[in-house]
Design a protein around this ligand. Structure first.
Ligand SMILES: [Zn+2]
Length: 179
């Protein structure tokens, strides 16, 4: 299971200062619900891509439940589950503010549009009152703008905590519990 965590750092700083990160304490296992403190269980590395030129080998902190023995990965909030590109890159490139690649951008658009209704519902919950255009793409641009101004990483993390999936998740994928 991947649990998003606000590390309060941008990707490069996080990589550099990984050893100093203060991880949240879990006294209840998010997988099995046991009242038991999760213990540190090392880390693994994955790639993250904050822009077109940068590839960061990014350590992911892992915890383990002493009851069910499953592991929980603490995903820094700048990352999206199952995506190498950061949440910021994805949103900024959809908004046309940073350069992406044609195929990648197309893929990101498909994913975002498939999640647009859920994103809208969540933004409404967060108190977005604006009226939105009917047109799919125009509407999507408004939503992306709201994500950006509401604090991109924070939005991404809260969305993930609420729906147990990222805002760019494959809509045909339904999370199973436990993973
Ligand atoms: Zn457990």
């Amino acid at each position: 299971m991947q649990v998003p965590v606000d590390v309060g750092m941008a990707p490069t700083e996080y990589v550099r200062r990984f050893e100093e990160v203060e991880w949240p304490v879990f006294d209840v296992c998010p997988i099995c619900g046991a009242h038991a403190r999760l213990q540190g269980h090392g880390s693994y590395s994955r790639n993250s891509l904050p822009d077109r030129e940068t590839e960061l080998v990014t350590p992911i902190h892992r915890l383990r439940c002493p009851v069910c023995h499953r592991t929980v990965s603490l995903l820094p909030s700048f990352l999206l589950p199952f995506f190498q590109h950061t949440a910021r890159f994805v949103v900024k490139s959809l908004l046309g503010k940073v350069k992406s690649y044609r195929e990648l951008l197309r893929f990101h658009w498909r994913r975002f549009l498939a999640n647009a209704n859920r994103v809208l519902a969540f933004l409404r919950d967060l108190d977005m009152r604006e009226r939105l255009p009917e047109d799919g793409k125009e509407r999507a641009m408004k939503l992306l703008g709201s994500i950006e101004t509401s604090g991109l990483e924070m939005f991404s993390m809260l969305f993930q905590k609420h729906y147990h999936r990222g805002f760019m998740a494959d809509s045909s994928y339904l999370p199973q519990k436990p993973e």
